[in-house]
Design a protein around this ligand. Sequence first.
Ligand code: NDP
Ligand code: 8X3
Length: 257
Amino acid sequence: MISLKDKIVFISGATSGIGKASAFAFAAEGARLIICARRKNKLDVVADDIKKRFGVRVYAIELDVRNKTDVNSAISNLPDEWKNIDILVNNAGLGKGLNKFYEDNPENWEEMIDTNIKGLLYVTYAVLPLMLERKNGHIINIGSLAGREAYPKGAVYCSTKHAVDAITKSLRMDLIDMNIKVSTIDPGLVETNFSVIRFEGDVEKAKNVYKGMEPLTADDIAETVIFCATRPKNVNIAEILILAGTQASSTIVHRES
Ligand code: NDP
Ligand code: 8X3
């Protein structure tokens, strides 16, 4: 098993949900963290909490992964002691709207495509030279069950996660001789702020997504991320599909009424 002590881990989207839980989980293993997200106040709270609880170093960057120039400058301006990134967790992402395609708002499409696909590409492209230089690294993408099957009203969100799946697979081939592992973790229903964002702040509608069933938690996914990151050199977890206990597919979920 690989020790995470003093490893440098970059996590995008660490102010909430899976990214935040992963930041805590890596810190508990003694890793040093670079965390980013758009909401600086929330990011600072996460950074302070982690430092207090685990005594590890945290470098927090206010960053919108959709902005290529900002992504490049944030990563190229990392202080030398933070440049040797060992693990990149591409987590920042969102679903916006859950509507029939012909009733959807195209602005939601731009946001999902720009964040879930282009943001992931920008961050990966900026971080990779630092890994290639040392011939060492691990990229862990947070994909989705939605990247393996399409569901109604999800044309664009599902497309973005299918893209993450394709990027993961292709990148793994491109990096196969570089000692850089590429993995994807594809969760089903996880109760985070995801549905609140998807339904634009409608908390009741968001709660209904998980009605009568026990969803995955952000900690369940963080634990899986740690499992991936700690496998020995001869093992790469290429992909993990992780579903809630009563979920068989995106549309087949057993609920107690
Ligand atoms: P949350 O809404 O709880 O967290 C999303 C995180 O992404 C926040 O920290 C947010 O920070 C950050 N983020 C969003 N847009 C940007 C941006 N443009 N730049 C930087 N950071 C950004 O949702 P989850 O934790 O559930 O989602 C995390 C990932 O998991 C996403 O990729 C999602 O698609 C995926 N996923 C979620 C599932 C679920 O059921 N919840 C299932 C399968 C996959 P801020 O707003 O501060 O920028
Ligand atoms: C996000 C969760 O269930 O809408 O990937 O695909 S779901």
